[in-house]
Design a protein around this ligand. Structure first.
Ligand SMILES: [Zn+2]
Length: 393
């Protein structure tokens, strides 16, 4: 069964090697067969198909790849956000609050919360979602978080080393032993990735040496590494990610020239998370600096209850353009092909023969509208294959 997708005013293939070259085709069509893209070109020369979907003159992009999200949590921290925005001193306990609520939730409650967040993302054009653990912080609760995440995506990430949980604050070494021992053993079968919050600027996160231990143990257990680094200040996260061959180092808010040089010479993607700077009223990293240095970048949501409770990739694209100096083309590339690179995938994030039939359809004639019309619900997902989000059709 072949399907012709036509009525595409502008097709954004993201086939170009450079972020500025998003590979546009006007008045385009795509043929999908067995869940994969079989043909791409001008509608006027499209082959005959068994069935057709007319998109009525809308722009079509690769489905957004959200390569960084923390979706398995209960409760919210709206009070903490309000306090931060109004300058009121507030010590709500941060991640500890989410951890307590998450541990107290039943499996079904957590599953329903994740399902609602995934549906919210899909409704905004996201077709691949990475989901991390990290609000359980015990062997049982981390394994449970990943088991539930696995029901929604194959891109699951073990983040037992998110922070040292409150009950073990005086026993850092014992917690690292737990993460790299029994917790990893329980979680590895449910995860593709291992991640660590490498941030010596936070007393709750992990030092360079601790982070290296966590990543090395994860790699030895068959997981692939990724890193939260350089969020709160200059630090060792980026260098460590490159050293360990991580697919991505995420945040990179404070990157030195040496960090950028190391990234450019590596296969590690720098994933920028502008929603975090927005939601914490922090300075944004300069996206142009990364591109000028030859670093491959991605954009993701970091959807989480503390520092960015937004699941919207269109909003992240608008922020990247407005606040990080990217062109709309560069931001779109980073949110699709860049995200795919950050997950070491070449079957998503582009519209090309052989790729999965994952699309974002816009209520607009061109992709620039994503940044030009911020906050307007323009994007929806169209998935014509079983892929990262099963049954998303
Ligand atoms: Zn994160």
């Amino acid at each position: 069964m072949s399907t012709l997708v036509h009525g595409i005013s502008q097709l954004v293939t993201c086939q170009g090697a450079e972020p500025a070259d998003v590979g546009l085709i006007a008045e385009a069509a795509v043929v999908v067969q067995d869940g994969r893209i079989a043909w791409v070109g001008a509608a006027s020369v499209a082959p005959e198909c068994d069935e057709a979907i007319d998109l009525g003159g809308r722009a079509v992009l690769p489905g957004f790849v959200d390569s960084h999200a923390h979706l398995v949590f209960a409760g919210d921290r709206a009070g903490e956000f309000t306090a931060r925005m109004t300058g009121t001193p507030y010590d709500g306990g941060g991640i500890g609050v989410s951890m307590a609520a998450t541990r107290a939730a039943t499996d079904d409650e957590l599953r329903a919360l994740v399902a609602a967040r995934v549906a919210e993302m899909r409704a905004q054009g996201t077709t691949t979602i990475e989901i991390k653990s990290g609000y359980g912080l015990s062997v049982h609760d981390e394994e449970r978080a990943l088991r539930i995440a696995r029901e929604f995506t194959s891109e699951t990430t073990f983040l037992g080393a998110h922070v040292v949980p409150p009950e073990m604050r005086g026993e850092r070494a014992a917690y690292v032993d737990l993460v790299t021992g029994p917790m990893l053993a329980a979680c590895a079968p449910q995860a593709r990735w291992v991640d660590v919050f490498c941030e010596p600027n936070s007393p709750y996160a992990f030092t360079e040496d601790e982070s290296r231990q966590v990543l090395a143990a994860g790699i030895a257990a068959g997981l692939l590494p990724r890193v939260h680094g350089n969020q709160l200040g200059p630090g060792p996260g980026i260098g460590l990610a490159v050293e360990m061959g991580a697919a991505s180092v995420d945040h990179c808010t404070f990157a030195s020239d040496d960090d950028l040089e190391a990234l450019a010479a590596s296969s590690t993607v720098a994933t920028l998370l502008p929603g975090v700077e927005f939601s914490t009223r922090s300075p944004y990293p300069d996206g142009r600096r990364f591109l000028a240095a030859g670093v491959r970048i991605a954009i993701a949501s970091d959807c989480n209850p503390g520092t960015c409770y937004s699941s919207s990739m269109p909003f992240m694209i608008a922020l990247a353009v407005r606040e990080m100096g990217l062109s709309p083309a560069e931001a779109v590339w980073a949110a699709t092909a860049g995200g795919a690179a950050a997950l070491r995938r070449n079957d998503i994030g582009r519209i090309a023969v052989g790729a999965l039939a994952h699309f974002a359809v816009l209520e607009a004639p061109s992709y620039e509208h994503l940044a030009y019309r911020p906050g307007v619900p323009l994007a929806r997902s169209l998935v014509l294959s079983e892929g990262a989000l099963e049954g998303a059709r």
